[in-house]
Design a protein around this ligand. Structure first.
Ligand SMILES: Cc1cc2nc3c(=O)[nH]c(=O)nc-3n(C[C@H](O)[C@H](O)[C@H](O)COP(=O)(O)OP(=O)(O)OC[C@H]3O[C@@H](n4cnc5c(N)ncnc54)[C@H](O)[C@@H]3O)c2cc1C
Length: 305
């Protein structure tokens, strides 16, 4: 962790809300669905698909999970009515995963069923490693009932090769990312180069196994490696898509789109932006450094979405 990163983490609790808001503005579509739809339409003009995420924190009671589920049901109806592609990502802890797995499964089932009615797709995001087994179990349970459902694997975790092999055997729909959470050394690779090599290794397992892969990264080395693999395997664009977060490396995103590869952008929106932004900053100090560089005008992607 660099000195700048450490300084940012140290002062985070006392950074005024408007400043955290300024950090996050380009990474979050806004507070309302209208803000998110505006972003989705602009991305479409730029040749990109989108997945919508309603910002929310891990919740601790049934009373909090039900409104989170209902917000997603309404979102699916609204984006269908707005005539944009119905594609959402959700965090299983928002649906009660940490305290009642069966209850969370039922809540997510309701969302996936509604998405199917609307011709849409649901991606279950992957959270910290304490939830990996439960998330994969929810996914496997619901995948037996629905085909419009995908999950996420994290290349930083030591366990993921086994998970990728198991999932590849079922020719599933997987988003592959490095993993945002700082996990114990015992279960997680730390070395950046190992995580990169592991990412490409996992990507190959999934693509060769016939899975549809969302290649979620802004790391140019991985984008290059993925393009090379896609070419070597002779894969058509129906078998994969690149994925990036809103506001992150838009210049690289444009290069990927211009090369003719499908691209989906993750578009978070909603009122809980503060918790999301500060949690992200705290969880990944490296990201804090990147954002600080951006705010200080030291990033080449400044002022672009
Ligand atoms: C579409 C999508 C969905 C994701 N879903 C999940 C998930 O479900 N679970 C999970 O654990 N993680 C998820 N992630 C996050 C992912 O795990 C990584 O933490 C994140 O993408 C950074 O890794 P990287 O591969 O982009 O490489 P890095 O080496 O971290 O980043 C490469 C370059 O991208 C830029 N960059 C990356 N992130 C940021 C940022 N936030 N702000 C500014 N610049 C940045 C920097 O210039 C950096 O040098 C997702 C990422 C994407 C793109």
């Amino acid at each position: 962790m660099s000195l700048l990163d450490r300084m940012i983490i140290g002062v985070l609790p006392v950074i005024p809300r408007p400043i955290v808001g300024a950090f996050s503005r380009r990474y979050i579509a806004g507070l309302t669905l209208e803000d998110a739809l505006r972003e989705v339409r602009a991305l479409k003009q730029a040749g990109c698909r989108a997945t919508l995420d309603i910002l929310g924190e891990s919740i601790r009671s049934r009373e909090e999970a039900i409104p989170a589920r209902d917000a997603y049901l309404t979102l699916l109806d609204d984006i269908h009515a707005a005539g944009v592609e119905v594609n959402v990502s959700l965090k299983p802890t928002q649906f009660g995963l940490t305290f009642d797995r069966a209850f969370a499964t039922d809540n997510i089932r309701a969302v996936v069923a509604r998405a199917r009615e609307r011709g849409g797709f649901v991606r279950i995001d992957m959270e910290d490693a304490s939830t990996t087994d439960a998330t994969l179990e929810v996914y496997r349970t619901l995948r037996r009932e629905f085909s419009n459902l995908g999950v996420v694997l994290q290349a930083a975790l030591r366990r993921t090769t086994a998970d990728a092999v198991a999932l590849a055997a079922t020719q599933t729909n997987v988003r592959l990312c490095k993993g945002i959470y700082i996990e114990p050394y015992r279960i997680s690779w730390r070395d950046r180069e190992i995580i990169r090599q592991n990412y490409l290794h996992l990507l190959e397992i999934l693509l060769r196994g016939g899975s549809y892969v969302g290649i979620a990264t802004h790391d140019e080395y991985l984008v290059w490696g993925a393009m090379r693999l896609i070419q070597d395997l002779g894969l058509p664009p129906e078998k994969y898509e690149f994925q990036m977060l809103l506001g992150v490396t838009p210049r690289l995103r444009e290069v990927v789109v211009a090369s003719g590869h499908p691209m989906r952008v993750y578009v978070p929106f909603g009122k809980q932006w503060y918790a999301y932004s500060s949690r992200r900053l705290r969880e990944n100090p490296g990201m804090a450094g990147m954002i600080a560089k951006d705010v200080l005008g030291l990033s080449p992607d400044r002022r672009r979405r």
